[in-house]
Design a protein around this ligand. Structure first.
Ligand SMILES: Nc1ncnc2c1ncn2[C@@H]1O[C@H](COP(=O)(O)OP(=O)(O)OP(=O)(O)O)[C@@H](O)[C@H]1O
Ligand SMILES: [Mg+2]
Length: 296
């Protein structure tokens, strides 16, 4: 497809769709403003997103030495020429960690490096524009309004976590496919869920992501050992960089994270947002409940 659009004064010619996920359609193309066409990426979000805050998060990370694509322009959905929150960023080199390293031994080391990189992000104070990550107390209310039984251990975890205390930069979706590497560079992409909050909430999310992904397609009893090995490498890299890892608090955030994914599955069953049948979403919800129970 060849389509050209001007976002925030930046003229972008779309050439190919890189990804078409539930959250965004991502195009590769060129920015035509300036002397020579510059390789770039346009992200069109499917829901309203605070793109100014996402841009601020990326710039804060870059300023602290964590490489992210340069933000070239953005438009909120109500001011966007395409009717969707839109962002144009520099096309960075490299391929995602799993694509670049596959199952080679280097992949193990890469996961500990990802842990260290995540801790580097967490050392950055969140920019003021960035909203706080949802508080655990709100989650209990979600169970109430959805009239579903909270998983065992959720109330205890929420109580132990208490009110939010820190406002560090959280990536929100930190996993191996959102880090692009090559021999000389390492870029963190996909900041659309960036938030301010407790770093351990973000670490918990990273550890849960493969379990949530598994729950979407098959029963959790089939957990691959590989997930655990990579998670251990990631944790040790994180601990080495951050100097510590509060395991009890991390555990409580994992219970909260899994419970939140469980609520999402119920929400999706009602809204149809994820494109699955009611029966499939309720099956996912049951599997996520068992993730919560295994954590306790
Ligand atoms: N700035 C960039 N430079 C180079 N490649 C990029 C850039 N942004 C995104 N990509 C490529 O497009 C893919 C999807 O982008 P992104 O991760 O932002 O969206 P997504 O909605 O999470 O999609 P997915 O679910 O496929 O990860 C990435 O995995 C990467 O290969
Ligand atoms: Mg991504």
């Amino acid at each position: 497809m060849t389509a050209t659009v001007t976002v925030d004064g930046v003229r972008f010619a779309a050439e190919a769709v890189l990804s078409d996920g539930p959250d965004a359609r991502v195009h590769r193309g060129h920015v035509l403003s300036g002397d020579a066409p510059r390789p770039a990426v346009l992200v069109a979000y499917r829901q309203p997103r605070d793109v100014a805050a996402i841009a601020a998060a990326m710039r804060a990370a870059t300023a602290a030495g964590v490489a992210t694509p340069e933000v070239l322009g953005f438009a909120a959905y109500d001011r966007s020429p395409i009717g969707a929150a839109t962002m144009v960023v520099e096309l960075v080199p490299g391929r995602s960690v799993p694509l670049e390293l596959g199952r080679r031994a280097a992949a193990r080391r890469a996961f500990s490096e990802l842990g260290a990189l995540h801790a580097e992000i967490h050392a950055v104070a969140a920019p003021r524009q960035l909203a706080s990550a949802p508080s655990p107390a709100v989650l209990l209310e979600r169970f109430e309004v959805l009239a579903i039984e909270p998983p065992t251990g959720l109330a205890g975890a929420v109580a132990a976590l208490g009110g939010a205390t820190s406002a560090q930069l959280l990536h929100g979706d930190f996993h191996s496919r959102n880090v692009l590497i090559d021999a000389t560079s390492r870029f963190v992409i996909d900041w659309s869920f960036a938030a301010a909050g407790d770093p351990l909430q973000d670490v918990a999310r990273t550890l849960l992501l493969p379990k949530i992904a598994t729950a979407l397609v098959r029963p959790l009893s089939l957990f691959e050992q590989g997930i655990e090995a990579r998670s251990d490498d990631y944790r040790s890299g994180y601990r080495a960089q951050a100097g510590a890892l509060d395991e009890a608090r991390l555990h409580d955030w994992q219970v909260v994270g899994a419970a939140s994914a469980l609520c999402d599955a119920y929400g999706n069953a009602l809204s149809g947002r994820a494109g699955k049948s009611v029966r499939r979403e309720l099956q996912v919800a049951r599997r996520l409940r068992s993730v919560c129970e295994t954590l306790v």
